[in-house]
Design a protein around this ligand. Structure first.
Ligand code: ASP
Length: 336
């Protein structure tokens, strides 16, 4: 029998109705079998761990990501798989960050949550938890990746983005197909799932927090860029550009980016589009950025770009090596 650790960080999924007041409140993870007795029918042992405090995922931050990675490191030999219950708002950031922090992962780490609290009749949380645990404890298909399970689909976590605040199919992976679909059966797409590494797990314990996302928009002005570039200690900018990596071509914009790069700030170009890739040099509007040494994020999501920068700038000291790592496909986050 497989052993699965369910880690509860917070979010909508964990809300149940107080039997006396009827109000929604976070549930006690130790009572998971009381809340979901059907879990006893799964062919695995389930242990639980609850973060203290549990948080709305809007409060997610680098410290919690490092604690999550540390917890997985501590429990790695005791369990066959991990299921993390998490709010949906920043789930894609967490999945992306964990994928970078956990190198040579040979066990499934599946993050799930819900749009409706577990304590509500039509909750999607029930199915999401059950399927996530079933996938994490599968005896024939091993998924050695950090994934998100949501809306009957298993995704590579660092390829996802939250797309819908209303419907149960909340997550989208525009540049990489889902790894499995749940219907009457669970159909796995083996050729899309990473293969196991013949190396032991390496868990990193550093993240650089001095990184921002700057979204290019028609009102962008020199003074805005200048304020950002002058943020003390800023180390990295994820520049969300239009389409295939295009940005304003006027002098002030390019000069500002040049100033940033000269100050030692690493700049990565990612697209605002939910699918497709940055192709610097395709239009004149991206040639300038390319010539200044802006790194192409290719088809990376903004969530993965931010956390990749946090990871690379936090764990590699040499500038040349940082740039190489940012260009490299580290955990399946970009298509080569
Ligand atoms: N605000 C909640 C959170 O992200 C929403 C959710 O769980 O879906 O924690």
């Amino acid at each position: 029998m497989k052993n699965i650790l369910v880690i509860y960080t917070g979010g909508t999924i964990g809300m149940v109705k107080d039997t006396k007041s009827g109000a929604l409140r976070p549930f006690d993870m130790k009572k998971i079998y009381e809340v979901l007795p059907i879990l006893r029918k799964l062919d695995c042992n389930i242990d639980t761990f609850q973060f203290d405090p549990i948080i709305d995922s809007s409060d997610m931050n680098a410290k919690v990501w490092l604690s999550l990675a540390k917890k997985i490191k501590q429990e790695y030999d005791n369990y066959d798989g991990f299921v993390i219950l998490h709010g949906t708002d920043t789930m894609s950031y967490t999945a992306s960050c964990l994928s970078f922090l956990l190198e040579n992962l040979n066990k499934p780490v599946i993050i799930t949550g819900s749009q409706l609290p577990l304590g509500m009749i039509r909750t999607d949380g029930r199915d999401n938890i059950i399927s996530s645990i079933e996938i994490a404890s599968n005896n024939s298909v091993l998924i050695p990746e950090v994934c998100i399970f949501f809306g009957n689909k298993l995704f590579r976590g660092n390829r996802t983005t939250k797309l819908n605040a209303e419907y149960f199919e909340a997550f989208y992976s525009g540049n990489y197909p889902s790894l499995a679909k749940v219907g009457i059966n669970i159909s796995y797409k083996q050729h899309l799932i990473s293969s196991c590494q013949n190396k032991s797990l390496k868990v990193y314990d550093n993240l650089c927090q001095d990184v921002v996302i700057v979204k290019v928009c028609p009102t962008i002005q020199e003074s805005f860029l200048s304020a950002i570039i002058n943020i003390p200690n800023l180390k990295g900018i994820v520049l969300e550009t239009y389409g295939s990596g295009n940005a304003p071509t006027n002098d002030y914009f390019l000069c500002s980016i040049e100033k940033a790069i000269k100050k030692g700030i690493t700049v990565m170009n990612v697209t605002q589009c939910k699918a497709g890739s940055v192709e610097m040099g395709h239009y004149e509007a991206s040639c300038g950025l390319m010539n200044l040494g802006v790194i192409s994020g290719k088809d990376i999501t903004t969530e993965a770009a931010l956390t990749k920068m946090m990871f690379v700038l936090g764990n590699y000291k040499d500038k040349k090596e940082q740039i190489e790592k940012l260009k490299e496909n580290l955990r399946g986050e970009i298509s080569i």
